[in-house]
Write a protein that binds this ligand. Sequence first.
Ligand code: SAM
Length: 201
Amino acid sequence: MRSLRISKIASLVSYDTVFDVGADHGELEKILSQSDNIKKIYAVENKKGPFLNLSHNVEGLTKVTSLLSNGIKDLKEDVNSLVIAGMGGINIVEILLENEDKLQNVKEIILEPHSDYELVRRILVILDYKIDEEIKVTEAGKNYLITRFIKGKATYSNDIYRYGLHYNEESNNLEELKVINKRVKSTLIEKKLKELENHEN
Ligand SMILES: C[S@@+](CC[C@H](N)C(=O)[O-])C[C@H]1O[C@@H](n2cnc3c(N)ncnc32)[C@H](O)[C@@H]1O
C-alpha cells in the first residue's frame, strides 16, 4: 500500500529535477516517475546495503539515477528540488551545512524531520530559505510534519520557529507538553498525549 506520508512529500515537489537524500525503499521515486512534470530524479543512499536495495527497487524507472554518495556532496547543477525525509533534524541540518555551497541552484527544499523542527527552521532561515508550505500527516498513529522551504529571506516569531506556521493557541498546550515530556520522559504523560492526539484526529 502506498504511504500517505510519501505521497504528501511527492505532492509538495514543484520543480522538475529532484535530489532525494536517503531514498531507501525508492517509494518517492516510484510516485514522482509517474508525473509528467518531473524530468529527472537522483536517488541517494550513503550505505552499500541500502544503496543496492534502492537500485533494485528503482530498476526500470528511466528518470531515476541512483547514487552511492553522502548527503548533498554530489548534488548536480541541474537540481532544483531537494528532498530529505525520514531522518532526525540534526542529521538533516548537518547534511545541508556540510555542503552548503551546493544549494545555489536549489529552488525548494522539502524536509520531513523526525525531530528538532526548531533547529531545522532556524538553520534554513540562515541559509536564506523561508517556509512556503507545511503539511501535517498522520499515518499508523504517528504524526509527521512535512515542510517546503523556498528561496527567500524571512524572520519569524519564536513561536513559529518552534511550532511552525500552523501554530495557534489551541495546539500550544499539547505541543508544549510534548517538548516538556521529551525532557521528563513520563510514560503516563506520553499516554495522555497519545489519547488527546487520537481524539483530535
Ligand atoms: C529512515 S530512512 C527514510 C527513507 C525515506 N526517505 C523515507 O522518508 O521514508 C533514512 C535513510 O537515509 C539514509 N541516510 C542517512 N544519512 C544519509 C546521508 N548522509 N546520505 C545519504 N543517505 C543517508 C539511510 O541510509 C536511510 O536509508
